[in-house]
Design a protein around this ligand. Structure first.
Ligand code: NAD
Ligand code: MG
Length: 336
């Protein structure tokens, strides 16, 4: 697999071009600020109107030194338009405020492939379409850049009318600081499918159920909820940090031999062949568009299921205990 570094990308390709970053959330602020500090001409696009959150975002971006326009104005002015609004809003924002401002030779950019891969956004053939997706949350992308390093990025090209889209994508990744760490080429298909599968089976879905089921088993057996919380939730971070830094072997080196032996005996019983079959089914629902259709319809119908499930998860006993215990931990941010 080829990794691309600073020498493989040419920031001069962004000279005389204006980049509009649409949205100033987690990814938006990091893209806009990193590009600006790399000498790229950047503007920010946000909705107009006087809702409080909108006014707060204009102020935040302006306080950060950004020039802000309403989205349609920003899209018109820019040569490269990076869409960093929530995925479920992108189609509407694109159709009402971005598409009318696109001209042949412009580039449309994404940090996640959902809307292109599932045909929610279909740009004209004369628009270059690429993705630059940092493999980290926005605040980390920004912080690591200011420290002189970078967060690794994925990049991909969906549509290349002028033969330059790939080099523009690499230049953009360089402006973000990504080529300081290494950038990997992927496709919109691969990024979208692996991202959805990962968050469902492992990151947001699998881990939560593993934690909560372990907690329930201990509490139902009569152990104190606080002890169960520490064991099944709090310590997950300590173990994941070890795996993140040193792989599975690095974690096993640090824990006791008892934990290593017990883990290897028990793990495959908890996550077994049936679990793997379930994961394969989840992957095929992602691949054949079953999940995308369900999620698009859920949004169109007012998110009834999402809200119901949120209420259910918010009522979990582990959440009540957790809130109390985290109050004892001065090092955890209180504003979450
Ligand atoms: P976010 O929820 O943090 O920010 C969304 C921003 O969109 C808001 O702050 C607001 O500025 C803007 N917005 C909302 N409605 C708007 C409208 N109608 N017009 C213009 N702007 C509007 O979103 P995010 O997490 O930064 O996600 C943006 C994109 O980045 C998504 O495609 C996501 O999949 C991708 N991504 C996110 C992460 C991450 O760590 N959060 C990582 C990789 C990729
Ligand atoms: Mg992701």
């Amino acid at each position: 697999m080829k990794l691309y570094y600073n020498n493989d990308a040419d920031l001069d390709l962004l000279k005389n071009k204006t980049v509009a970053v649409i949205g100033y959330g987690s990814q938006g602020h990091a893209h806009a600020l990193n590009l600006k500090d790399s000498g790229v001409s950047v503007i920010v696009g946000l909705p107009g109107g006087d809702k409080d959150w909108i006014k707060a975002e204009w102020k935040k971006a302006q306080d950060d030194g950004m020039t802000v326009y309403e989205t349609s104005e920003a899209a018109k002015k820019a040569d490269i338009i990076m869409i960093l609004v929530p995925d479920q809003l992108q189609k509407q924002v694109y159709e009402t405020s971005i598409e009318p401002g696109l001209e042949p030779g412009n580039y449309l950019a994404f940090a996640h492939g959902f809307n292109i891969h599932f045909n929610q956004i279909v740009p004209a053939k004369d628009i270059g379409v690429f993705m630059v997706a940092p493999k980290g949350p926005g605040h980390l992308v920004r912080r690591v850049y200011t420290e002189g390093a970078g967060v690794p990025c994925l990049f991909a090209v969906h549509q290349d009318p002028d033969g330059k889209t790939r080099d523009i994508a690499l230049a953009y990744a360089k402006g973000m600081g990504g080529t300081r760490a290494g950038v990997i080429e992927t496709t919109f298909d691969e990024e979208t499918e692996t991202d959805l599968f990962g968050e469902q089976a492992v990151l947001c879905g699998g881990i939560v159920e593993l934690i909560n089921t372990g907690y329930e088993v201990l509490v139902e057996a009569g152990y104190k909820p606080e002890i169960a919380y520490f064991e099944c939730l709090h310590e997950v971070k300590l173990i994941v940090d070890l795996i993140y830094e040193g792989g599975i072997a690095g974690m096993n080196y640090s824990v006791s031999d008892t934990a290593e032996y017990g883990g290897m005996i028990a793990g495959p019983q908890v996550i077994n062949k049936d679990t793997k079959k379930t994961m394969q089914k989840l992957l095929s629902n992602v691949q054949d568009g079953t999940f995308a259709r369900e999620w698009i319809l859920e949004n169109q119908s007012g998110r009834a299921s999402l809200e119901a499930m949120r209420r259910k998860y918010n009522r979990l006993p582990i959440e009540t205990v957790g809130k109390e215990l985290r109050g004892m931990m001065s090092w955890i941010k209180k504003d979450k």
